[in-house]
Design a protein around this ligand. Sequence first.
Ligand SMILES: Cc1cc2nc3c(=O)[nH]c(=O)nc-3n(C[C@H](O)[C@H](O)[C@H](O)COP(=O)(O)OP(=O)(O)OC[C@H]3O[C@@H](n4cnc5c(N)ncnc54)[C@H](O)[C@@H]3O)c2cc1C
Length: 368
Amino acid sequence: MVRTLADTVGALAPALAAREAADPDRYPAENVAALVEAGVIRAPFPVSAGGSGATLLDAVDAVETIAAASPSTALLAAMPLGLAGAYSAGPDIAPPEHRRDWAEQIDRVAADYRAGVLYAACNSEKGAGGSLDATKTTAQLRDGRFELTGEKILASFGRNAARFFSTAKVTQADLPGAGVVEFFLVKPTSPGVEILNDWDGFGMRSTESHTVRYSAAPAEGIVGFPNFIEVVQPLTYWFALFSAIPLGCAAAIRRELATPAPESPALRLRLSEARMREEALRAYLHESARAWRPGAGPAYAARMLRTKTFVTQEATRLCAELFALSGGRHYKRDGRVARLLAASFAGTALRPPLPLALETLVQQFSAE
Ligand SMILES: Cc1cc2nc3c(=O)[nH]c(=O)nc-3n(C[C@H](O)[C@H](O)[C@H](O)COP(=O)(O)OP(=O)(O)OC[C@H]3O[C@@H](n4cnc5c(N)ncnc54)[C@H](O)[C@@H]3O)c2cc1C
């Protein structure tokens, strides 16, 4: 019998949850290692490259299961998992003149994933509000290689990352055909990379989401080819994964409150309602995820933006309502339910943060 990604993650979940409970504030090194070991992080790569050819739907399902066990582990996993999804776009998405290099890069990065190299997202910037356009970090070509200068915030994994992928602006002279920004690959141990120790999140405390400063930090190159983000549209892949995190939190809180089944009929009704809302959110997310393909175009990007906005907002709201129902037994700052509630809010803060998403929805609004 073929073991699906859902089977693999489902089997790991109890151990992920047990480690989270034992030490919720520490970077979950063992949990991440277990996901790497089981092939979860590289799952989107094709079987021929050591992955399991997982679709976005499979990956969304996996992230939800991980989030229900350990939200921080799920947030961490979503970053490299999403990049693997971008690489799974395959060689043919590249313009002919870049196809060979891109194919070679896919093989090289797949080999890294098989070896357990962790690729972490180091993109957000203070004051940019999650907008790529507002990125201030620049990449300049010097002696044949790019160097990055700028400050990033909320780079999950921190020092535990083996590679950062970082957005930066680059001139057409230095990279003909470049988009608004490109993703550059940077080794965190390179000269010119400073990882601060300033993460103090409301939830998701163990994600080590620190500030990173680049001053002429050498990059290994770009992800893909010029204008990669516009051509492949990988951001929608991450949006779906991020949505699965608060959904997993809501499912976990509901299950926690429903076990053992409460005596109160009113509570049973509320928990049934919560389950209906959770299932509706999951169905919406799954339907959008099922339609993902590289370079799916603006209508799909708008659909995924609506999905991410709605699912994260409603799942977080559901977590808050369930918490209000949970009673004094769960009213502990360090309790599992309170932690899940705090963690759920990261979904609305993750790219695109809720205010920017709402702003974009308004800008894109048109009669159907
Ligand atoms: C737990 C956690 C982990 C994260 N991990 C990562 C990671 O690994 N890598 C990474 O790169 N990022 C990460 N992020 C960052 C996240 O993905 C968002 O991109 C980032 O939070 C956006 O910036 P901000 O909300 O701090 O916005 P700020 O720039 O501080 O803006 C403040 C507010 O104003 C709004 N705003 C600003 N400009 C605009 C505008 N033009 N239009 C509309 N609204 C605007 C913003 O939406 C925001 O709500 C993480 C965030 C959290 C909470």
